[in-house]
Design a binder for this molecule. Structure first.
Ligand code: SIN
Ligand code: FE2
Length: 254
């Protein structure tokens, strides 16, 4: 089912001011110990920066707030892609309709249908090539990978996942790519989600990592094939995206 007119036109919402304190400062790490001995000016400075890095394990990090500074431009670029290649609920090889609506940009788009999971250079709905990956998206991905110590990332696929409350993604490995040397960069926008980051086996216990608007997760190297997923989203509303979460997943498909 196409998502229709997705209401996150950043230009139309430009008059909305986002209270980033409410939106962001839910998990300030070690806030009490940080406050000890910090003068107010320095604390303000840290708050304005709004970004920090949390290591999940070797090869996997969360870059908190990393995409916030370009949120409006990012949403405009995503909207441009969706206008050319609308979001759709694809079918798994087992015949289930995915609760997450998807589309892609870049040379390769990830698709699933009754015949399996794969990357394709053509959008199966239109028969046309996927929209180009906007430069802003590829530079964000490259630069986030670098911030996570992966240099030279050159994604040729960006999967756009759209979650509404109740939508989820079960534990899986990203293994449809040909080159596991390249990391994965995953950008979260909109309402919060809980990201599961597990081990190399499906049955390994998965950490639960709350992700907020603007957070970026990067994993690669020894963590490249870790199982991961997203718990069913709780009802919530975001000032720019409404009751939606958009996730961008950048990969080098081949
Ligand atoms: C994915 O693994 O493809 C998506 C992860 C997410 O939505 O955060
Ligand atoms: Fe994935």
């Amino acid at each position: 089912m196409p998502m229709g007119n997705i209401a996150f036109n950043a230009a139309a919402t430009a008059g909305i001011s986002i209270d980033r304190h409410n939106g962001r400062w839910v998990r300030e790490p070690n806030i009490d110990s940080c406050m000890n001995g910090l003068d107010v000016d320095l604390f303000d400075e840290i708050e304005r920066g709004r970004t920090w890095r949390e290591d999940i394990c070797e090869g996997a990090v969360v870059l908190r707030g990393h995409a916030l500074a370009i949120e409006t431009e990012l949403l405009n670029a995503i909207e441009g892609v969706i206008a050319q290649a609308p979001l759709r609920h694809m079918t798994t090889p087992g015949g289930f309709r995915m609760s997450v609506a998807m589309t892609s940009c870049g040379r390769y788009g990830w698709v699933t249908d009754r015949s399996g999971y794969r990357y394709d250079t053509l959008d199966p709905d239109s028969g046309k090539p996927w929209p180009q990956m906007p430069g802003l998206l590829s530079s964000l991905a490259r630069e986030a990978a670098l911030a996570a110590d992966f240099s030279g990332f050159a994604p040729n696929s960006c999967l756009i996942n759209c979650y509404e409350p109740g939508a989820r993604m079960s534990l899986h490995q990203d293994k449809d790519e040909q080159d596991f040397q390249q990391p994965i960069v995953s950008v979260s926008l909109g309402i919060p989600a809980v990201f599961q980051f597990g081990g190399d086996r499906r049955e390994d216990k998965a950490a639960r990592i709350p992700l907020q608007h603007g957070d970026v997760v990067v994993w690669g190297g020894v963590a490249r094939l870790r199982y991961h997923g997203v718990l069913a989203l709780k009802p919530a509303t975001h000032p720019l995206l409404g009751a939606r979460r958009i996730n961008l997943t950048f990969r080098k498909a081949s």
